[in-house]
Design a protein around this ligand. Sequence first.
Ligand SMILES: [Zn+2]
Length: 191
Amino acid sequence: MITAIGDVMREAYKRRWITTRDGNCSLRQRGRDVLYITPTGTRKTTIIPETIVRLPILESKLVLGDKKPSGELEMHWLLQQEDRTRCVLHLHPTYIVAAMMAGYDLHEVAKEFPEVYRYTRVGRNVPKLPAVSAELATSTCFQMTDPLGVLTCDVVGQASHGATAVGKHPWDAFEHIERLEHICEIFLKSR
Ligand SMILES: [Zn+2]
């Protein structure tokens, strides 16, 4: 499963959903008090299990030490709370970002496409907020959960920025983004 993090980032790069150093992915394995997350600033096409940052979880807190995790660590950690999910993936897919820039709410767009809504719950857009900020982390988690903290969607778009998805496995999260990206392309080309 840890190997899949690198595979997913390489595939995202190949599809031009990130540039070389963009995007991030985290993973938590059942029964293990460790959060695995991509390192900050690294070329994502070179990610292998040895380069993934391993952060121990002690008394529900991450032990950072001198490690250099992704700048979006807070967003990953918020979504990973309370066993909500195993994997969080954040990318910058072209048509998802373009559809938001054109003023569309992806939650509404997805209602037109059964190939998405049957398998992937799309949240309402996260407003435009600075990358790697606490506000982006909080707002993304807010849009993806209900007031009790239960996940209510699998993917959300983040205005002028990208998309974040959750899943049991890096490829599950990838598929949620892939479905949404695909229909955003169709939707925009139909306008
Ligand atoms: Zn980003």
